[in-house]
Ligand binder design. Structure first.
Ligand code: G7M
Length: 350
């Protein structure tokens, strides 16, 4: 089978073989639930996401994520698709109840299913419920704690999916835009739908731009000399992406940002419809850095760029960096800042 074809049979049978272990996380706001289970004895993570409603909206042709868009109020538009209704109550001018809506695998699917199999410990820890903290990463903390972790992550096969996209034609039928000039191969990049996006509902548009160069692992590696490269990439994205979607989204409706810490240490950029708010912490401060701000910040940094900056971000207790030193670092930082430790709360209700 070519790399670009989706192996429907394999996907179906893997989902059939999934044996549930426990719920990793569940979010009623984003309508997402992640389950841990096993398939053939190996850890598997299934994430289910209820799809958004359609109403006179733009639906991309499921065969392609780019040009073939149609705008319609069809039998699947939200009001037209109501098949059954059961009232719950009413009061004065207020009425509420439940409904069953018409579903169709191509035109109005119920949910998007993501499977990671075999899932590594890092995957399970990322999806698992956990407490989060705000921590300051100084340049010294970066060198001592974070850099060794990145070096390990880059060499442990976690970037296989990135290399598959860049060099082995994976997801090539979904690529929205490719820039490559033999004279400057380092400037090359590929834009394609992020695996978080169903590729249909433009309100939830989520693309990822993956660069060809391998010397930039994260925001930390950006220096003033990269500023023009970032500007060019941002301008290409803003010029091309609206045209890929028949200008139903405009350049100023693209939220373009970079995660720190990212999950994958090969430089990539998130491109999301500004209307899309249901992304959990993915677009929150303490994680997402707008590309415009990054470009601007490079004006005020020395030649070492982000390497000399203190970065403040959110880290989960399951993250290896937390256990590898950021927890101890945070305790030290709070002490140095003179922030008192919280009182020990004794539960004597028992
Ligand atoms: O947090 P970080 O900046 O590392 O985000 C990486 C992004 O890559 C996330 O938004 C993922 O949903 C996306 N992503 C991860 N994988 C494994 C894939 C993949 O195989 N294909 C595509 N298209 N996107 C991916």
């Amino acid at each position: 089978m070519a790399d670009t074809e989706v192996d429907t049979v394999q996907f179906n049978s893997l989902i059939d073989e999934f044996r549930f272990t426990r719920v990793l996380s569940s979010n009623p706001q984003t309508k997402l639930i992640s389950l841990l289970g096993t398939i053939q004895g190996k850890d598997a993570i299934v994430t289910l996401e209820k799809t958004h409603f359609q109403f006179d909206t733009v639906v991309a042709n499921p065969e392609s994520s780019t040009m073939s868009l149609h705008q319609c109020e069809s039998e699947f538009s939200c009001m037209n698709s109501i098949e059954k209704m059961k009232p719950i109550a009413n009061n004065d001018i207020y009425f509420w109840g439940m409904s069953v809506m018409k579903q169709d695998l191509e035109l109005n699917p119920t949910a998007k299913i993501n499977l990671i199999w075999p899932a590594t410990k890092v995957h399970v820890e990322k999806f698992d419920k956990q407490l989060f903290h705000i921590v300051r990463e100084t340049p010294e903390v970066y060198k001592r704690i974070v850099k060794p972790y990145i070096d390990e992550m880059v060499n442990n096969g976690r970037l296989k999916w990135v290399n598959n996209i860049l060099h082995s034609g994976a997801e090539s039928d979904r690529v929205v835009y490719k820039y490559f000039d033999e004279k400057s191969p380092d400037d090359g990049f590929v834009v394609l739908p992020d695996m978080k996006w169903d590729g249909c509902n433009l309100d939830a548009l989520y693309l990822v731009a993956i660069v060809h160069r391998t010397d930039i692992k994260s925001l930390r590696d950006l220096r003033p000399e990269h500023q023009q490269w970032l500007i060019d990439m941002k301008n290409k994205i803003k010029s091309v992406i609206p045209s890929c979607y028949n200008y139903l989204i405009s350049a100023d409706q693209l939220r373009i940002f970079i995660h720190y810490q990212p999950s994958y240490y090969h430089f990539h950029i998130h491109i999301v419809n500004v209307r899309h708010a249901g992304l959990g912490d993915g677009i929150a401060v303490g994680k997402a850095n707008l590309i415009e701000d990054v470009i601007e910040n490079l004006n005020y940094m020395g030649p070492e760029g982000y390497m000399n900056r203190t970065m403040t971000y959110v880290i989960g207790e399951n993250h290896a960096l937390w256990k590898n030193g950021l927890q101890a670092e945070l305790e030290q930082q709070l002490k140095e800042d003179g922030i008192p430790e919280p009182p020990v709360i004794i539960n004597d209700f028992a």
